[in-house]
Write a protein that binds this ligand. Structure first.
Ligand SMILES: NC(=O)c1ccc[n+]([C@@H]2O[C@H](COP(=O)([O-])OP(=O)(O)OC[C@H]3O[C@@H](n4cnc5c(N)ncnc54)[C@H](OP(=O)(O)O)[C@@H]3O)[C@@H](O)[C@H]2O)c1
Length: 262
């Protein structure tokens, strides 16, 4: 597939300063896509942009914004100007481990804002022009956390249920428009996520972020949702047949164990 002719000329990657977003930037640049990189840490974005401009003949914009701020979307739109965004990667997000009653209410509200409200606002801003052009795509970072309750990360898991169901709904709504929507559901992946969330990863082996990104770019034309990793696929499929209470109890044990190891 000629990626730029279907999803070009420019991809916007939120959360491009680290983890999965950084790998989206590298892999999309290698496919010949221009980039608009969004995150709060400008130094990291500029270093990445310089590196990519040196390797590929592409345009790279850096947009340092806190996506949870009220004027974030308009700031990004101003930076993009007349350029066509053909792919939106709604990747920026964070989680927090620990008991709900001990958590900070503002942190939880910010998490819901960043993981759920921001992708919806970004989609309102950038999908209509794609539909008008009859081509484009959006990748939303959901998670295997969307397939069962995640006690001791309960708000995070609930945000990822939102991301998964919203993306699957949009896939159907946009059928026939030429715009593809995919929710990618990684399990534990080796990024800064776990340090930010205040704990260690659940599970023994973490996925490589570059593998998660590669799979999502391959699967984007199909739309819907994709779980990364065969074991994660078995677990998320198996959850359909287990009583929800049992799945939640197993998740509680796994997450508590990982907190004790932290
Ligand atoms: N890693 C995993 O195990 C895993 C598993 C399933 C799903 N996911 C999902 O994958 C996505 C990416 O996570 P990751 O693993 O790559 O985590 P990460 O390494 O911590 O990267 C998170 C990115 O989001 C940006 N970000 C955070 N808050 C922001 C804000 N308020 N405004 C703008 N940018 C912000 C960060 O940049 P700045 O700090 O510079 O702003 C960073 O670039 C998230 O949606 C996460 O829920 C991760």
């Amino acid at each position: 597939m000629d990626f730029p002719s279907r999803y070009g000329p420019m991809a916007m990657v939120t959360g491009a300063s680290a983890g999965l977003g950084l790998h989206y930037a590298h892999q999309l640049a290698a496919k010949g896509m221009d980039l608009c990189l969004v995150a709060r840490r400008l130094d990291r974005l500029e270093e990445l942009a310089e590196n990519l401009r040196g390797k590929y003949a592409i345009e790279v914009l850096c947009c340092a914004v806190d996506l949870t701020s009220p004027d974030a979307i308009s700031t990004i739109q101003e930076a993009v100007g007349h350029r066509e965004i053909g792919l939106l990667v709604a990747n920026a997000g964070f989680g927090a481990k620990g008991a709900f009653l001990e958590a900070d209410a503002d942190t939880n509200a910010q998490m819901i804002q960043l993981n759920c409200v921001v992708p919806v606002l970004m989609a309102h801003a950038f999908l209509p022009p794609m539909v008008a052009r009859g081509r484009g795509g959006m990748i939303v970072l959901a998670s295997t956390a969307a397939y069962q309750a995640t006690p001791f990360m309960s708000v995070y898991g609930a945000t990822k249920v939102f991301d998964l169901h919203w993306s699957e709904g949009l896939t159907q709504e946009l059928r026939g428009t030429g715009v593809d929507v995919l929710a990618i559901c990684p399990g534990s992946t080796d990024t800064e996520f776990h340090a930010v969330a205040g704990g260690v990863a659940t599970g023994l082996k973490m996925a490589k972020p570059e593998d998660v990104v590669r799979l999502s770019l391959q699967r984007l034309p199909r739309g819907g949702s994709t779980v990364h990793g065969w074991w994660n696929r078995v677990m998320s499929f198996g959850n359909r047949f287990a009583p929800r209470r049992l799945s939640a109890a197993v998740a509680a044990r796994l997450i508590q164990d990982s907190q004790e190891r932290a």
